[in-house]
Design a protein around this ligand. Structure first.
Ligand SMILES: C[S@@+](CC[C@H](N)C(=O)[O-])C[C@H]1O[C@@H](n2cnc3c(N)ncnc32)[C@H](O)[C@@H]1O
Length: 367
């Protein structure tokens, strides 16, 4: 079956990839909003065939690729350098990769918008193709609604995994589930010379294709197995899906806790959702030998409940960090903010940032 699809489906450029993925991701989002996810019933057979080819093809995802903006990220996120044509803009100790702070009422010195070329950089951050350079690898990030931007979370998670010895571990395969840009799987694979293959899974198509692109460009000698998945279950890709998917599974899932139905609908799926983190705790033991989960303490009760139910222990690896809460869209709803405060959001009225939370990477040990 697989051979039928291999050998075709390279997109001319990112614009073409975007045009292909956009409508499919919209359809998937609608399905997710309804609580269902069955592509066979919502996509016609021609689109399904193209989708199979795009995901399964071993050819490069795009023929031509160039970045409008490059962001160099120092280890520990101690500094960002934005480079664009003649412009260079440096930000020391940024609160995240999205470094504009204009939306923060307590902030008077947005490091982007106080710079003479700040507007140009900011406009690129909102609509173009961005290359993030970190620790010897290049992660391409296409600004598009269905692709979660590369953020500080996976960078902290990766650094925590390095502290836990991931770069020298005796592993030949990695699974990055809920992959987004694929930063976690790609960077682990680049760090460890024993790795031969990386699997990526995401419920949306653009993340799957961009993760494939990032793995192809950074680790061209390794195998890459992308799939559209619902949790660990492949909808498209991973033909003949084995029970054990990889030696190591990593996941930086959505971690904003679910409140009641009314609050939930104010956010898109994939934002306020604990389904993936629960799936990783529930099934991690079956799909990989070692399982890592990076979450905010805001999701600790969901995580603790799932861990108790599946006899799992969540053990912190690396450093637990208390950081400003930057998902500002979640702060628009006062009822949801109340809920977050109940879940452990820390309020520091006198501080430059009003809300803080704890981020940690856990190794899930099963008893
Ligand atoms: C917070 S983003 C993180 C992306 C990426 N891992 C990173 O660290 O940048 C979570 C990702 O999980 C995906 N996702 C959420 N629920 C999922 C599910 N049930 N199955 C597969 N992917 C899921 C979303 O589409 C999104 O790309």
């Amino acid at each position: 079956m697989r051979d039928e699809y291999v050998g075709s489906a390279t997109f001319a450029d990112v614009a073409e990839l975007r045009r292909f993925c956009g409508p499919i991701d919209e359809t998937i989002q609608q399905e997710l909003n309804r609580g269902a996810y069955n592509l066979d019933t919502v996509l016609d057979s021609k689109t399904r065939g193209e989708l199979h080819r795009a995901v399964n093809s071993s050819l490069p995802v795009v023929d031509s690729l160039s970045a409008d903006l490059t962001i160099e990220v120092e280890k520990g996120l101690s500094k960002l350098t934005f480079r664009m044509e003649e412009t260079e803009l440096e930000v020391d100790n940024p609160v995240g990769i999205w470094a504009c702070r204009c939306d923060d009422p307590t902030e008077s010195d947005c490091p982007i918008h106080t710079h003479p070329h700040g507007d140009a950089v900011f406009n690129t951050l909102t609509e173009d193709i961005i290359r993030v350079h970190y620790d010897g690898i290049d992660i391409w990030w296409v600004v598009t609604p269905s692709l979660f931007p590369l953020s500080r979370d996976p960078i902290y998670a990766y650094e925590n995994l390095l502290a836990d010895g991931i770069a020298t571990a005796n592993i030949s395969s990695v699974l990055d589930i809920g992959c987004g840009t694929g930063f976690l799987g790609t960077s682990i694979a680049a760090s460890n010379p024993n790795v031969e293959a990386v699997r990526f899974g995401d419920q949306l198509l653009m993340p799957v294709m961009i993760s494939k692109l990032n793995q192809q460009r950074n680790n061209p000698d390794q195998s890459c197995y992308p799939a559209l998945t619902d949790g660990f279950n492949a909808q498209i890709g991973w033909d003949h899906q084995p029970t054990k998917l990889a030696d190591v599974c990593v996941c930086n899932p959505p971690y904003l806790p679910v409140a009641d139905g009314e609050v939930k609908t104010e956010f898109s799926p994939g934002f306020v959702d604990s389904g993936l983190l629960e799936e990783v705790i529930r099934r991690g033991d079956d799909v990989a030998d070692t399982v890592y989960l990076h979450i905010s303490d805001l999701a600790r009760s969901e995580a603790a409940e799932a861990a108790a139910e599946y006899n799992a222990e969540l053990n912190v690896v690396g450093e637990k960090r208390t950081v400003p809460f930057r998902l500002t869209a979640a702060l628009d709803s006062p009822t949801y903010v109340e809920h977050l405060l109940d879940c452990g959001l820390q309020e520091r009225r006198a501080d430059k940032y009003q809300y803080w939370h704890d981020l940690a990477t856990y190794r899930i040990d099963y008893n």
